[in-house]
Structure formats: structure tokens, C-alpha cells
Design a protein around this ligand. Structure first.
Ligand SMILES: Cc1ncc(COP(=O)(O)O)c(C=O)c1O
Length: 424
């Protein structure tokens, strides 16, 4: 592996596609169904990365495909910014009803995660009339210039693209395994949030100039990092004290993958603005900005998109929401717990595993030995299991929400055999 057809496709692609693309391993896909991806040489893979946390309902779920076909035969495009159509309105209603904490919410539909993030930042600035945005070290919010200004997971994403958006500050995240203050939880008193009054707000950014704090409830790209229990309640309190909006970037963690529809619900915190994308359309490109009614006050014309909320993508999202509601979220909780148990058993046998963590099906294995995550990823690919590295030296497991115990056990078995090979 890769086989002859894959090698041929790869060489053709390399001649014409942008060299900026990563290409994690030489997977060249012909078709995919459920949890199985089949490459152009007929090799079959168990997909535990969901096309980078996108195919929540598995690949080409028959109900999503049927809904897409039905919609494609009726209306491909008319432009939701200027006109009305039922799937746009229906999706806005479903997402507004999903928003946590009750009350009235409104929705703007876009095409990609970065677009939702930029729209959320525009909305926060517009609504508050304040210029500054605070994001977190380790955060990933996208690669368009505005979103990139918030992204702080790898310097190479930013290098050579400056100057970026002014008015963006980065603060340490609630990453207790790698605390930037070298403190230990819980003795630290959640210094990463509590210190803001004496640090950033006292020295560099007056809090009444801050429009919003944008945060991933669980940092995805940086390693599926879960902040401590007090982190979000304290951040919410700090935002409330200074009239700052809290934006939860749920693009990777949302849609029920973690066992709650929005991951921030694990902390009982209600944000002011939420961004969704990735899994929302089960693979069709669609994103959403969900904001409290009193915040989404921008008047006609100030924000729009030609393709945003495309009818076919909306249809895919509506079917995805039905599937999530009809049992997939419960399955994510059950299968996530089963996988985490299995990962803990592996951690007790392999000393090179420094940590296993996760909520629902947003799981990670972190290694103490350099390069081990990469090596595991590459060897799992060759044995038919698709995984992805994340963070410094971790592997993320982001299986589709349809997986069975058999799929989970098969994945654990492959990881185990590769670890045995790597450490033996
Ligand atoms: C949390 C988060 N926000 C934003 C984005 C950007 O989304 P997109 O690649 O659709 O622009 C990503 C993508 O990985 C993400 O994980």
C-alpha cells in the first residue's frame, strides 16, 4: 500500500494540486459507506477520523443521500441571502431550538468553519462596538485571514501571511497537562482565567474594548484537550463582569459528538454565539452562526453569502440532525465510554502512553515518546485503520457516531497490535 491506482492518482495530483495541502498518508479514495472507506485499488479501511471529524452519520448515510437527491431534483440554488426557501428556514429553526439555555436565538448559514468564525467575530464587533477579540493559545479556528488571526495552534499556519487582523490577543488555555504557568490543578485556582484582571486587562487590553472571547470547548487540532471543570464557568463570569461576548467554536466539538449537542453544555455554560460546521451536513459543506436574538441585531445587507445555506446542504443538515436526535448521540456516549475503557487498558500496558482522554467520540491518546503518534498513525493506515495525529504527540480518535462495539473493538485491536510492534 499504496497500490498502483493510488500511486498513479497521487502522481497526477502532485503535478497540479496546490503543494500547501498536507496529505497525511497516501489514502486515495474511490468510495465510502458507513464506517468503511475503499481506496482506488479496492483496499478497505475502517474510518476512525471521519474525514477530519465531518462524517458524523458515517459515509453516505442512505437517509442523508436520499434527502440530498430529493432536494437536488427540486432546487440547487437561489441564494438564501436574498430570497426564501423552506430548507433554509427549517434549518435555522432546528438550530435555534437546539441552542442551550432557552430564550430566543437566530441563525446565519454559511459554507465553511472559517467563514462561520469570521462572521461570529464580525457580529461580536458590530453588536458591542468594541474592537478587541481574545482567543487562546493552541486554538484552531480556520485558515482564512480573519480566522487565521485567531488560530494559534502551529506557528507555520501563520508564518509568511502577516500582517494578520489587528485587535486579536491570545491567552493560555485551560490545558492542565501542559500549563503555561507551570501550575498544578486544582491548587492553581484556575489561574489561567482568574489572572486576567491583573494581567491582560490591567496591562494591555482594557476589558471595555473587548468584543468577545472565542474558545473551543475542547481544543481539537491541539489534541482533544479538555479544560478543568471551573474553566468555562469562570470564563463566563469574567465575560459577564465586563460585558464581553463568549463565542463557543463548536465546529469540531458540536453536533452531539461529545455526548452533548454542544460540548460546552458539559460545563453548564451558555455562550452568546456558537459556530458549527464540519459534521453539520454529514459531508455537505455548511456552517452556522447561532446567536442570541438580542445579539444578532445586524440590519439587512451587513452580512451575507452567495452560497451560504445552500438548499442541498441544508437538506443534508436537516437529515443529520434527525439522525443525531434519533439515537446517534446516545450511541456516541456508549461507544465513547467503551473506547475510553479500551484505551485505558492500553495505557496500563504501554508506558509510552502518557494520557488517554475524551468525551463521547472525541478521544485522544497522548504519547511520552517523540514521534510515536505519527508512527502509530502511519502503521494503522497500512493495517486498514484511519486515524489522525493531533497536538504535539497525540492521536485523535473521531469515529463516526454510527460505530458499533465490533468496530470499536477492531480499532482497539489494530492500535494494540501496532503498539506491540512499536514497543516490542
Ligand atoms: C474548531 C474549529 N474551528 C474552525 C475550523 C475551520 O473550519 P473549516 O476548515 O471548515 O474552515 C476548524 C477546522 O478544523 C475547527 O476544528
Amino acid at each position: 500500500m499504496p497500490g498502483p491506482n493510488a500511486l498513479e492518482l497521487i502522481s497526477q495530483d502532485e503535478a497540479v494540486a496546490s503543494p500547501s495541502l498536507i496529505k497525511e498518508y497516501p489514502l486515495a479514495v474511490d468510495y465510502a459507506e458507513g464506517v468503511v472507506v475503499v481506496d482506488v485499488d479496492g483496499n478497505r479501511f475502517l474510518d476512525f477520523m471521519s474525514g477530519i471529524s465531518v462524517t458524523l452519520t458515517g459515509h453516505c448515510h442512505p437517509r442523508v443521500v436520499a434527502r440530498v437527491k430529493e432536494q437536488a431534483e427540486k432546487l440547487l440554488h437561489i441564494c438564501g441571502t436574498d430570497f426564501y426557501y423552506p430548507t433554509y428556514t427549517a434549518l435555522c429553526r432546528r438550530l435555534a431550538e437546539k441552542a442551550p439555555g432557552g430564550g430566543e436565538w437566530r441563525v446565519f448559514l454559511g459554507n465553511s468553519g472559517a467563514e462561520a468564525v469570521e462572521g461570529a467575530v464580525k457580529l461580536a464587533r458590530y453588536h458591542t462596538g468594541r474592537p478587541q477579540i481574545i482567543a487562546f493559545n493552541g486554538g484552531f479556528h480556520g485558515r482564512t485571514l480573519g480566522a487565521l488571526s485567531l488560530t494559534a495552534s502551529k506557528a507555520k499556519y501563520r508564518a509568511g501571511f502577516g500582517p494578520l487582523l489587528p485587535g486579536v490577543q491570545h491567552m493560555p488555555y485551560g490545558n492542565c497537562r501542559s500549563c503555561e504557568y507551570n501550575l498544578t490543578y486544582p491548587e492553581c485556582g484556575v489561574h489561567c482565567v482568574e489572572s486576567w484582571r491583573d494581567s491582560i486587562f490591567a496591562r494591555t487590553v482594557p476589558p471595555d474594548e473587548v468584543a468577545a472571547v472565542i474558545v473551543e470547548p475542547i481544543q481539537g487540532e491541539s489534541g482533544h484537550i479538555i479544560p478543568p471543570p471551573e474553566f468555562f464557568p469562570r470564563l463566563r463570569a469574567l465575560c459577564d463582569e465586563f460585558g464581553i461576548l463568549l463565542i463557543a467554536d463548536e465546529i469540531q466539538s458540536g453536533m452531539g459528538r461529545t455526548g452533548k449537542f454542544f460540548a460546552i453544555e458539559h460545563w453548564g455554560v451558555v455562550p452568546d454565539i456558537i459556530t458549527l460546521a464540519k459534521g453539520l451536513g454529514s459531508g455537505m459543506p455548511i456552517s452556522a452562526i447561532i446567536a442570541k436574538d438580542e445579539i444578532m441585531t445586524w440590519p439587512p445587507g451587513v452580512h451575507g453569502s452567495t452560497f451560504g445555506g445552500n438548499p442541498v446542504a441544508c437538506a443534508a443538515a436537516l437529515e443529520t440532525l434527525d439522525l443525531v436526535d434519533e439515537g446517534l448521540m446516545e450511541n456516541a456516549i456508549a461507544m465513547g465510554a467503551h473506547l475510553l475503557d479500551g484505551l485505558r487498558r492500553l495505557a496500563s500496558r504501554y508506558t509510552e502512553i502518557a494520557d488517554v482522554r475524551g468525551k463521547g467520540l472525541m478521544l485522544a491518546i497522548e504519547f511520552s515518546k517523540d514521534g510515536m503518534a505519527h508512527e502509530l498513525e502511519q502503521r494503522c493506515f497500512r493495517r486498514g485503520l484511519l486515524l489522525l495525529v493531533c497536538g504535539e504527540n497525540a492521536i485523535r480518535l473521531a469515529a463516526p457516531m454510527i460505530i458499533t462495539r465490533e468496530d470499536a473493538n477492531k480499532a482497539l485491536g489494530i492500535i494494540d497490535s501496532v503498539l506491540e510492534e512499536l514497543t516490542g
